[in-house]
Design a protein around this ligand. Structure first.
Ligand code: ARG
Length: 470
C-alpha cells in the first residue's frame, strides 16, 4: 500500500497520535508497524463500532445529538466510499481505525475529533475482531449444517452398502458405507458444537474498557454491547483489551475440523485409486496431468488435506503470540489478524469444496462388497458364533486362528470351506455358520446403538436429523 499523500500532509495528520514524540516516526518503522493492509478487512465492524460509540456518547451527554448525528452520517459516507473502492487507505495512518477516524474529521470537521472520546484503539480492535468473528462463525456453521445434510443423505442411500472396515489400513470387519459416513457426521457434529461454543464466549463487548483501565466518561457499556448485538459486556477491562483467547479458540476449532477433513480426504484419495476403486469422484473436482493423458487426480481432496497444515500452523501462531504476554494490551496482538483471517478463509473454502464434492461421490458397491469378503473379515463372527455355542472367547479366538491358517494355505475364504474342514477341531459348527460368514450377516448382527447394522445406521441418521433439525 503506497502513501498517496504529500509528505507534509502525512506528517501533519500523523500528529494525531504524535503525542510526546519529538521526532516523527521513521518511514521504515511506519511501514513495519502498520496493519492497514490487512486490518482494513474490518472496516464494516470498525464503522459499526464507531456509529454505536457516537450514539452512546450522545446518550450519556458527553457530546450533543447534532455532533452524534453528523458523526453517523460521516461514517455511513465512509462505508460507501470503501464499498465503492474510492477510499484512500494510507499506510502512514497505520491502521483501519486511524484511517477511518482521520477521514471522518476530513468529512465533518471538529466533531470528528470527538469520536475517540473515552475509547482507545485497544478496545476498538478487540471489539471489531469479535464482531467479525461472530459473523464468520454464523456463515461457517450454516455451511457446515449443509454439509451434515449432504453426508446424512449419502449415508441413507448407502445404509446397507457393505464395505470393509479397516484397522491399521488392513481389512478388519465388514461395515456399511452408511455407517462409515455417519462416523464422519459424528466428527463434524462435534466440530459444529465447538464453533458454536466459541461464538458464545466471543459474544461479549470490550467497549468502554478504553486503553486498559476503563473510561472517565462513565460509558454505558450495556448500551454499546446491545446495539452491536453482543450478549453482554466483558467483565474486566484489562482482560477485555488484551486476551485473544476467542481467536485462539476459533483457530483451535478450525484446526480440529480441518484435521477431520484431512482424514476424510485421505480416505477419498485412497478409495478413488485403482487399488481400492470404491468410489468415483466427479470429474469436475479432479484434474488431469500435463504429461500422463490417462490421469484423473483427486486434487480437491489433496488440497484440503494439504491446507490442514495452514490451520494447524495458525493455531500454533496464535498460541505462541499470546504466550507470556503481560497484561494488558501489547502490540504483539496486531499479529493476531492474519492467522485468524487465514483460518476463517481456509475453513470456509474447504467446507464449500466438500459441499460440492460429497453429494457427487458415486459409490461402487460391487467393488466394496468384494473387498469386504477379503482378509477373513468375518473371522470375529466365527469366533463369536463359537462363544454363543459355549466356548470361552479366548479358546474360540485360538480355534478360529487355526482355521484361518488352513484357509490361507489352501487359498480360500472362510465361507468357501466345507463344514467338515471348519469342524476339524470342534463339533460346535453347523450349517447355520454360512449366513454368519457373509458380510451381510456380519453387519446385520451388530444391531445395537452405534453398531453398523443397516437398521441402526438408519436410526442414527433419523436421530441426528431430529437432534440438529436438519
Ligand atoms: N492495529 C492495532 C492492533 O491490531 C490496533 C491497536 C493499537 N493500539 C496501540 N496501542 N498501538 O492491535
Amino acid at each position: 500500500m503506497k502513501d498517496e499523500k504529500t509528505p507534509d500532509a502525512a506528517e501533519s495528520e500523523r500528529a494525531l497520535i504524535q503525542g510526546r514524540l519529538k521526532d516523527s516516526t521513521d518511514t521504515f518503522v511506519q511501514e513495519f508497524t502498520a496493519s492497514v493492509d490487512f486490518d482494513k478487512r474490518l472496516f464494516e465492524q470498525d464503522i459499526t463500532n464507531s456509529i454505536v460509540q457516537a450514539k452512546m456518547l450522545s446518550e450519556t451527554g458527553v457530546i450533543t445529538q447534532e455532533e452524534a448525528g453528523s458523526m453517523v452520517k460521516g461514517l455511513e459516507k465512509i462505508r460507501e466510499e470503501v464499498l465503492r473502492g474510492e477510499f484512500n487507505w494510507r499506510v502512514d495512518l497505520e491502521d483501519v481505525h486511524m484511517n477511518i477516524e482521520n477521514r471522518l474529521t476530513e468529512l465533518i470537521g471538529e466533531a470528528g475529533k470527538k469520536v475517540h472520546t473515552g475509547r482507545s484503539r485497544n478496545d476498538q480492535i478487540a471489539t471489531d475482531l469479535r464482531l467479525f468473528l461472530i459473523v464468520e462463525i454464523d456463515q461457517i456453521t450454516s455451511k457446515i449444517r449443509q454439509l451434515l445434510r449432504e453426508i446424512a443423505k449419502l449415508a441413507e442411500e448407502n445404509a446397507a452398502t457393505v464395505m470393509p472396515g479397516f484397522t491399521h489400513l488392513q481389512v478388519a470387519q465388514p461395515i456399511t458405507f452408511g455407517h462409515h459416513l455417519m462416523a464422519w457426521f459424528s466428527m463434524l457434529e462435534r466440530d459444529l458444537g465447538r464453533l458454536m461454543d466459541c461464538k458464545k464466549r466471543t459474544s461479549f463487548s470490550p467497549m468502554g474498557s478504553a486503553a486498559l483501565a476503563g473510561s472517565t466518561f462513565h460509558p454505558d457499556r450495556d448500551f454499546s454491547a446491545e446495539k452491536m448485538g453482543f450478549q453482554g459486556v466483558c467483565d474486566n477491562s484489562l482482560d477485555a483489551v488484551s486476551d485473544r483467547d476467542f481467536a485462539i479458540e476459533f483457530c483451535s476449532a478450525a484446526a480440529i475440523t480441518m484435521t477431520h477433513f484431512s482424514r476424510w480426504c485421505e480416505e477419498l484419495i485412497l478409495w478413488s485409486s485403482d487399488q481400492f476403486d470404491f468410489v468415483e469422484l466427479p470429474d469436475r473436482f479432479c484434474t488431469g496431468s500435463s504429461i500422463m493423458p490417462q490421469k484423473k487426480n483427486p486434487d480437491v481432496p489433496e488440497l484440503i488435506r494439504g491446507k490442514t497444515g495452514r490451520t494447524n500452523g495458525n493455531l500454533i501462531s496464535l498460541l505462541t503470540l499470546m504466550k507470556s504476554q503481560p497484561l494488558a494490551y501489547n502490540k504483539d496482538n496486531q499479529e493476531d489478524k492474519e492467522p485468524l483471517f487465514d483460518s476463517v478463509d481456509t475453513l470456509s473454502n474447504c467446507v464449500d469444496a466438500l459441499n460440492g464434492l460429497i453429494p457427487n461421490i458415486a459409490a461402487k458397491p460391487t467393488n466394496m462388497r468384494q473387498a469386504a469378503e477379503s482378509g477373513f473379515s468375518t473371522a470375529t463372527d466365527l469366533a463369536d458364533y463359537l462363544v454363543k455355542k459355549g466356548l470361552p472367547f479366548r479358546t474360540a479366538h485360538d480355534l478360529v486362528g487355526r482355521i484361518v491358517k488352513r484357509a490361507i494355505t489352501t487359498n480360500r475364504r472362510l465361507d468357501e470351506m466345507s463344514i467338515s474342514e471348519l469342524s476339524a477341531d470342534t463339533d460346535l459348527i453347523g450349517d447355520d455358520i454360512y449366513s454368519v460368514l457373509t458380510p451381510e450377516g456380519s453387519v446385520a448382527s451388530r444391531d445395537h446403538h452405534g453398531g453398523t447394522a443397516p437398521q441402526q445406521v438408519r436410526n442414527a441418521i433419523k436421530e441426528a436429523r431430529d437432534r440438529l433439525s436438519l
